[in-house]
Design a protein. Sequence first.
Length: 397
Amino acid sequence: MSSIIAKGRIQSTLRHFLDNEASGGIVLMVVATLAIAAANSPLAETYFHVLHIYLGPLSIQHWINDALMAVFFLLVGLEIKREMLDGQLSSWSRRILPGAAAAGGMAFPALFYLYFNGADPAAIHGWAIPTATDIAFALGVLSLFGNRVPASLKIFLAALAIIDDLGAVVVIALFYTDALNLLALAVAAIVIGNLIIFNRSGVRQLWPYLVLGAVLWVLVFASGIHATLAGVILALTIPLKLTPGAPEATHAESPLHKLEHHLQKPVAFLIVPLFGFANAGVSFAGVSLSVLAEPLTLGVATGLVLGKFIGVLGTVAVLTKLRLAKLPAQASWGQMTGVALLCGIGFTMSLFIALLAFDDPAMQDHAKIGILLGSVVSGLLGAIFLMVFGRRKGRPV
């Protein structure tokens, strides 16, 4: 009997952990630490060798970065579509504050990066690395403060991060695309047309979309556009409503909500951690503290810490001063400052863009060090501000 009770407690604890929105960020922190430890241990040779083993046409690392991450981008696309049509971003009044803050939070990090690297034709390609906010990490840290932070700030940060992800998708499509294979692109367009026809003609089963989505991934991969963008394109064709013209479907009935629900845990607890483990490993062998003064490292780190902070908080301050928007309900400026700092946590998408920006392993490592440094500093400073100001109840606005 006691063993049954103990087993029930274990299952209950596990379920609570998996359902906690902070858990994905915690898992990501752990695997990033493990990756760095593996890359600087006697297992380093094995760690890097396994990642470069080929399974068919791609290495294990490429399968993770190009195929599994397409599923991550599929979930991102589903979240963007849901929030734009039926959520916190469904009206312009709701979009203006997180949308403008996201834009400022992308522009200023890029400017900081270019200040350090604008004269280097090789390094300049990484300008977009510090423009991304990691939604799992940032929300994970924010969630640790529970009800000491108003729910409106969590909604603001989630909306900002989703718009930020949309901006990152556009940046990848426009600036990190190789020479195009026009034939593959033309066939991909035909597949997209069929997905749209499925949507318009009332197909509400998921499997036809997923089958064509797999075909689309192959074609986009062959076209020269990064294959993960196939996930976003597929997401935009998944129906949000149960039937055309009907009221919004419930979470259980909507094809989009069904797929989003099924993907959330595999993405948060398998795909993103695998990506983090495969790409966060930086070997510090032969690396001195002088690497912290390298323009590439400085550009990424300062872009995340200062650029994100100035871009997000500065934009919010201007909009509120001009009375074009208000602070999220019950939030104080101290709490908003903490959230603006948390926006500098740029782990997953920043690593992804760094791999697209540079072929040189040394430049990738310098970028990774900047990402890790900037994300840790931003997370710690944001946590400190929220710890100090979270004890107070924010003034109503």
